[in-house]
Design a binder for this molecule. Structure first.
Ligand code: G3H
Ligand code: 13P
Ligand code: ZN
Length: 359
């Protein structure tokens, strides 16, 4: 069994200059696709479940599924992460169900709709970090709100995201504040806002620096060179899958995602965790559509689900290769959470010092 904490995995990624895609998971097919791809290229894995996933599949089903995946793929270190936790209870119950890492997203209030302020965010994130670290689980925080620099809007299609429009000050993480936030909360990883948003409709054109602010990563990394940076909303929304989807009766309007090359550039600047949900949704449903239209006589769900799994696995494999995750699973010796807890208690896993404090 190789259930790894986010902190240990991202420390390894930082040491060896790679990034780890964090794929959202709701069902068995996604789990098998991700792990089959990981096994094929020896990549460690982050599986993340949103609150939506937990209510869709149920905590017990998700927990048992994770156990099954671990048993089937014992050579692959698997981090199980709560995506966008909205309060302390969501994070604590995730840990109760075997998650090794939680995101406390205090950039929004508990309703996951209302932008919060710094004080609220820092206080609730620090509280989650204090509790999670006692049992060795890792914590990701978020500073700045995810949303489009083109429209000022958050993409609320997945039930998580602010309503209305925000100005750039809230849509771009401030490096000064980031430094303060990491030190005050003790987070292991920091999600930042740089113009990405959830869902398929991220950019109305091929993104350039004015709407995908990669320079924010550079500026935060210069201040916090040892902090693991997380990019949310990082699906690339591949044109080839948009085409399969639209050719077979789908109606996705013209859109651009985050180019894989930009993510690779981000990894060179300190990005270690890259959140991807939409790309697997799109590939899976595009295959559904293709089979439904080309084989209208088909009614065995497995004949839809198996090609969907293959489509998702091909996307996962491409990301593992591009982000440099491939080839690292075998080299990781998993540290049990109890040992991680002892390390937090002893202070050896305190927040990574910012560059000025280190000097
Ligand atoms: O948080 C963003 C992910 O895409 C999760 O979406 O809440 O629909 O599961 P979801
Ligand atoms: P995408 O919608 O770009 O896949 O982002 C997913 C995400 O950030 C989950 O937290
Ligand atoms: Zn996200």
């Amino acid at each position: 069994m190789a259930r790894i904490s986010l902190r240990q995995l991202l420390d390894h990624a930082a040491e060896h200059d790679y990034g780890v895609p964090a794929f959202n998971i709701n069902n068995m097919e996604q789990g098998l696709a991700i792990l089959q791809a990981a096994q094929a290229c020896d990549a460690p894995v982050i599986l993340q479940a949103s609150r939506g996933a937990r209510s869709y599949a149920g905590d017990i089903m998700l927990a048992k599924m994770m156990e099954a995946l671990e048993a089937m793929f014992p050579a692959i270190p698997i981090c199980i992460h709560q995506d966008h936790g909205n309060n302390v209870a969501t994070c604590m119950t995730a840990i109760q169900h075997g998650f090794t890492s939680v995101m406390m997203d205090g950039s929004l209030r508990e309703d996951a709709r209302t932008p919060s302020d710094y004080a609220y965010n820092a206080a609730i994130t620090a509280e989650v970090a204090r509790l999670a670290h006692m049992v060795g689980a890792s914590v990701e925080g978020e500073l700045g709100c995810l949303g489009s620099l083109e429209t000022g809007k958050g993409e609320a299609e997945d039930g998580h995201g602010f309503e209305g429009a925000l100005d750039h000050a809230m849509l771009l993480t401030d490096p000064d504040e980031a430094e303060r936030f990491v030190m005050e909360t003790g987070v292991d990883a920091l999600a930042i806002a740089l113009g990405t948003s959830h869902g398929a409709y991220k950019f109305s054109r091929q993104p350039t620096g004015d709407i995908l602010a990669m320079d924010v990563i550079e500026r935060i990394h210069a201040r916090l060179p040892n902090t693991h940076i997380v990019m949310h909303g990082s699906s690339s929304v591949p044109e080839e899958w948009q085409e399969v989807f639209n050719t077979h009766g789908g109606a996705m309007r013209e859109t651009w995602g985050v180019p894989v090359d930009e993510i690779v550039r981000g990894i060179r600047m300190g990005v270690r965790k890259i959140n991807i949900d939409t790309d697997l949704r799109l590939a899976a449903v595009a295959e559904f559509r293709r089979i439904a239209t080309t084989r209208p006589e088909e009614f065995d769900p497995r004949k839809f689900l198996k090609p969907s799994m293959d489509a998702m696995a091909s996307v996962c494999r491409a990301r593992f290769e591009a982000f440099g995750t491939a080839g690292h699973a075998g080299a990781i010796k998993v540290i049990p959470l109890a040992d991680m807890a002892r390390r937090y208690a002893s202070g050896s896993l305190d927040p990574h010092p910012p560059i000025r404090a280190a000097a």
